[in-house]
Ligand binder design. Structure first.
Ligand code: BTN
Length: 352
């Protein structure tokens, strides 16, 4: 070993202790930090900084380096892997009652389709429905034409959200369909609570809110069997603003995300999917009894609040009085007239 090698060896040792400090600085800074600035702040050589950065990259941190600008820590983006969802599902319960045992073999209770990019996971499900089994879950890393209720755009940038559609073939009467959306909203709330310990609330009929800002939208679509007249399939589409980048510029005031730069981790997205599916599947078992109604109502933060009710071409102010077991909203207009609203074409605006 010559003298130069020796310096290099010492620098490696320094880098190992140094990397935590460098990581801390990069986490604190919104902008890129130059190698010189890092070296000064840590009182080490530029070479030691370079080695510490390499060590951090080996640990899996994505650190962008731009010539003449410096280093910038990238948030922990990574694709969702099916294996990660199964691992989380299996951790939830040792013996999930929903797993059907066939001989020695376990039949998996969900079929996953993971797409890198798609126009809309709901559209994908509807287009491929004839080949998709009950409880097929379609997930996309980005949607190029994500849709919300009333043909609104659902902004779906890559890795920043969870964009998921579940295809179901429920054997139920048509009038029970609103319960599926309500059940999904409750399951979303429970999954968020488990993942973040925050307490989500519901804005009728299908939006999930955190601190009065929308964090999840749900779009349920269904198709009837032409001859028999029953439900052919239902697609429940869930769009979660996971990381702050998922929120479109013009929605910053009214929407929020579960995580920001400082606390977002790639493993949270597959965990959320697992938590949601587990809650949703269990809760849907109580669809005929409407067993999730009390929880839905308990999370309905618009009860007693003044809202603007938007119908196709008209709107009016009203106070939300109650919700009935068919998920119809009972409101009182300023004139004292009472109205019962069904989800269909109605939407509500808060804080009027
Ligand atoms: C809403 O806010 O009105 C509902 C938004 C629903 C968005 C989800 S994302 C997955 C699925 N695919 C879509 O195109 N929409 C739903």
């Amino acid at each position: 070993m010559n003298l130069l090698d020796n310096y290099f060896f010492v620098d490696i040792l320094v880098a190992m202790k140094l990397k935590d400090r460098v990581l801390q600085i990069l986490k604190e800074e919104d902008k890129a930090v130059s190698g010189n600035a890092l070296a000064n702040r840590c009182a080490v050589s530029r070479n030691a900084i370079w080695l510490a950065i390499e060590e951090l990259r080996k640990d899996g941190y994505k650190i962008e380096s731009k010539k003449n600008v410096g280093y910038k820590l990238q948030v922990d983006f990574a694709p969702i892997l099916e294996e990660e969802i199964w691992q989380s599902l299996d951790k939830l319960v040792q013996d999930r009652s929903s797993i059907k045992k066939i001989g020695q073999q376990q039949e998996k209770d969900f079929t996953f389709i993971l797409l890198e990019s798609v126009d809309s996971t709901n559209t994908y499900c509807k287009q491929h429905a004839s080949q998709l089994a009950d409880w097929t879950v379609v997930l996309a890393e980005e949607q190029t034409a994500g849709r919300g209720r009333q043909n609104r755009v659902f902004h779906s940038p890559k890795y920043a959200g969870v964009y998921m559609s579940i295809l179901l073939r429920p054997q139920i009467e048509l009038q029970l369909l609103p319960r599926i959306t309500a059940c999904a909203a409750v399951a979303v709330c429970k999954a968020i609570e488990k993942l973040t310990e925050q307490k989500p609330q519901i804005k009728w009929v299908n939006d999930v809110f955190l601190q009065e800002k929308k964090v999840v939208g749900i779009l349920t679509e269904s198709t009837m069997q032409i001859e028999q007249g029953g439900i052919d399939f239902v697609v429940v589409g869930i769009g979660v603003n996971f990381y702050a980048k998922s929120i479109a510029e013009n929605l910053q005031e009214i929407a929020t995300a579960l995580f920001d730069d400082s606390n977002f981790k790639a493993e949270y997205r597959p965990q959320f999917v697992a938590y949601f599916l587990d809650f949703f599947r269990k809760a849907l078992g109580g669809l005929k009894e409407n067993s999730f109604f009390t929880e839905y109502k308990g999370r309905l933060f618009i009860l007693g609040r003044k809202v603007r009710v938007l119908l196709q071409n008209t709107s009016f102010l009203a106070t939300v009085k109650d919700i009935n077991e068919n998920y119809n909203l009972l409101v009182e207009l300023e004139s004292g007239e009472q109205k019962t609203l069904t989800a269909g074409e109605v939407s509500l605006k808060l804080d009027v």
